[in-house]
Design a protein around this ligand. Sequence first.
Ligand code: NAD
Length: 370
Amino acid sequence: MTTNVSIIGLGLIGGSLALALKRNPEIIITGFDRSYKSADEAYRRGIIDIVAPSVKVAAKDADFLIFAVPVAASTELLQEAVSWELKTSVIVSDTGSTKQPIMTAAQGLIDKGITFIGGHPMAGSHKSGISASIGHLFENAYYVLTPSANCPSDDLESMKSLLTVTQGKLAVLDASEHDQMTAVVSHFPHIIASSLVNLLASQEQRQPFVRRLAAGGFRDLTRIASADPVMWRDITVQNKEELVGQLDRWLSEMQDVREMLKTNDPTSIEQFFDHAKQFRDQLPSVTQDAAQGALYMQFDLHIDVPDHPGVISEITRILASKEISLTNIRIVETRTDVYGILVISFRSATERNQAAKVLEKETEYSMQIL
Ligand code: NAD
């Protein structure tokens, strides 16, 4: 028996979800995107089976209707969907990074007896749009589901079973818990990273050389500040309450740090760093492709290479000969706080670990996975 899945929004996430779901031959995917170009590309690349002429047509025969558009668009569409013709058995979901506003917007559908299960696949890329979509995007990443309070357990099981082929790690959470937790591990760090970069930018006006010193550890620490500003604007707007709460706790923490600095007691200062070190060292690591956390990350390999011409081409040639693809390669000019002068990024821990093995065998350079 075939299952009709309709995906609204064929960008990075919608396209990747479609590709992953197509591993199940019994699934027929109908896609709709307000950009005809994206829908056309999705169809031509075989990412979807059918292009719908409108969102309502896409929704009509769906067994699963999944909104993979920006959260602001999802909230509008979920409210409009109350008046659409839908199968009574349809299960509606979304992929938005914040869940509470989505659950509120879906209340009209829920009141009509339609099952709504919020979704957040915690995987991403520095690219967006259908052309960036890949079938293995969700593998080993947490895929959080936030069912409404009255969601029938059979429907939750159907949703989980649909998503099994994504090979994501399915987790069921309450929507507000989800927003609180993603605020601390993802949304708030983005705000801090951007603030640090803005602080550097203002210091650079007085001391232009500081930009060069920021090339190593600082650049790595603030990598997430390079994420898409429009997406982060939306997430910040939607998770405002949680973020203000986090900021208040942060300001109080900074007040304590300020006092600690003023007191200048070496023991307390060491305890401060030690407490953070002990906790951080126990966080799950991703060296073995363990589930990626809420913060989108790359998988970096730091290589201590001599500064001579041809070294980059030597390394890329070795990786290419083993068909290991990299997503980024850069030379680190400042070596304080970071290991190795050459940093290569990979899409997964598996690819990064393979690269390390091959390079260890074929070169004499030492390397480290941080
Ligand atoms: P994207 O920009 O790559 O794709 C969004 C697509 O939605 C575009 O093709 C756009 O044309 C289409 N669209 C916008 N408004 C529409 C509308 N009203 N009707 C039909 N189509 C519309 O974005 P994305 O990265 O795929 O993100 C989609 C959703 O997934 C967002 O809610 C985002 O919060 C969530 N998400 C993103 C990431 C990430 O890292 N990119 C990770 C997890 C979840």
